[in-house]
Design a protein around this ligand. Structure first.
Ligand SMILES: [Zn+2]
Length: 437
């Protein structure tokens, strides 16, 4: 009880400031000392409530006593277990136990319930092998999550640095308050933030939880895309022979590289979108030079790996491929996608309500351009119109019009593109027959 109290008070006492500018301007020694001292005082009060309640209230709180106590407490803190890390470890273990032992019978009963007429197709695995199989799957999911978290961590740094024109590769991350360079241990995704309990390990001031949240978000995004695109055997990919033997084991442990390549390509695109979202959220302008660089990388990969051109430029048109080879047609697909995305984005920017910020319009244009390169002009059309419709709906339904947040508008666009990717094949198969040919 006492420990959980401490845990709570620590996480609520010092709310991380959302505006580092106002906080960071004059953080001399006095300020930092004040913050840490007040924290210690509050901890001391909440910790020893039952023992020293009367003593603290009745006496006039001698300054010297509390200072001594805080020093004493700091020594004690160093030996305290890190409950953040312990909670994560217990959560991972519980998740493993659930997925390995409880999920298979649960899944079976769900399937019997959903398809009572169909005989249940079991994986045909007996007890020890089945647990091993489930464990492998669980580890694979954890690995994909952590891969996403690592990439999210890197792109999050880029989101802060690129708009300021700072270097990407050189110069490690620094604490925004005391300018101490972060150690290798502090830079480890998720665990770095948890192991120092969201504080700078030198000055103990709170680090914005944005870093942790973005890592968790991109990690979840990777698991979601992997589940839909990779583990399913490509069930969302248009013009693709969906694998008969899907599942994590058959796509990852007996690697189907062409499918893994498609997953990595699309997952990187969504990590780029998250980076743009962070820039949009921070109200900075994401530079066109960086967008051009990412667009070029995505375009070149598509020209080197022709199997990533799932939708070709002539799809949805009463046309066929030109007799200029696969590479020539892929080039048209990529160039047409980028140009169409750019033009569509320009027009879309004009069609938005006036209180959407100019920067957000630019970000929409950048996303539209990249979407055209990665998914083709067809995807620009579907996601652009869909997001436009949803944006106008949200504007009409929003109770306060003048305070319409631009960030919401960007979130709608990115989620529309994500949903489109989840059902890309299905959308394609609905629209294709409508085209007269
Ligand atoms: Zn610091």
């Amino acid at each position: 009880m006492n420990k959980s109290d401490d845990f709570l008070s620590e996480s609520t006492n010092q709310q991380p400031s959302s505006e580092p500018a106002s906080n960071g301007h004059a953080l001399g020694e006095e300020d930092t000392h004040g913050v840490s001292l007040s924290a210690e005082v509050r901890n001391a009060l909440s910790n020893d409530e039952d023992v020293q309640n009367t003593a603290v209230q009745n006496t006039a709180v001698p300054d010297l006593g509390i200072q001594n106590k805080s020093v004493h407490r700091r020594k004690k803190r160093a030996q305290k277990p890190n409950w953040y890390l312990i909670t994560v470890a217990i959560g991972v273990l519980l998740g493993w136990a659930f997925y390995t032992f409880a999920w298979p019978p649960l899944y079976q009963s769900i399937r019997v319930f959903l398809q009572p007429n169909r005989a249940y197709f079991e994986k045909g695995l007996e007890s020890p092998v089945r647990e091993l199989y489930q464990t492998c799957e669980y580890l694979a999911v954890l690995w994909f999550f952590y891969l996403g978290a690592s990439i999210g961590s890197f792109f999050n740094v880029l989101a802060g640095r690129l708009p300021e024109g700072r270097g990407v590769v050189f110069g490690g991350s620094k604490c925004p308050f005391c300018q101490t360079r972060l150690s290798f241990r502090d830079n480890i995704p998720i665990f770095g933030w948890l192991s120092c309990k969201g504080r700078c390990s030198t000055c103990k001031l709170p680090i914005a939880p944005r870093y942790l949240l973005i890592e968790l978000l991109v990690g979840s995004l990777f698991v979601l895309i992997a589940g839909r695109e990779l583990f399913s055997g490509g069930a969302n990919l248009p013009n693709f022979n969906v694998l008969m033997y899907a599942g994590i084991i058959w796509t990852v442990f007996y690697p189907k590289w062409y499918l893994i390549g498609a997953f990595v390509y699309h997952a990187m695109f969504f990590a780029t979108l998250v980076m743009l979202s962070v820039a949009d959220q921070e109200k900075t302008r994401f530079p066109w030079r960086a967008v051009a660089f990412f667009g070029m990388v995505f375009a070149v990969i598509k020209l080197v790996r022709l199997d990533l051109n799932f939708v070709r430029w002539f799809d949805w048109l009463p046309l066929t491929s030109l007799p200029i080879g696969l590479l020539g047609n892929a080039l048209i697909t990529v160039v047409l996608g980028g140009v169409f995305g750019g033009i569509f984005g320009l027009f879309a920017g004009r069609l938005f309500p006036p209180y959407v910020q100019e920067k957000s319009r630019t970000h929409w244009l950048q996303v539209s351009f990249l979407t055209g390169i990665v998914f083709g002009w067809q995807a620009v059309l579907v996601t652009g119109l869909g997001a436009m419709l949803l944006t106008w709906l949200s504007v009409i339904l929003a109770p306060v019009r003048k305070k319409y947040p631009s960030q919401l508008f960007f979130g709608i666009l990115v989620s529309t593109i994500l949903v489109h990717h989840m059902f890309w094949r299905q959308i394609d198969s609905i629209i294709k027959p409508l085209v007269p040919f």
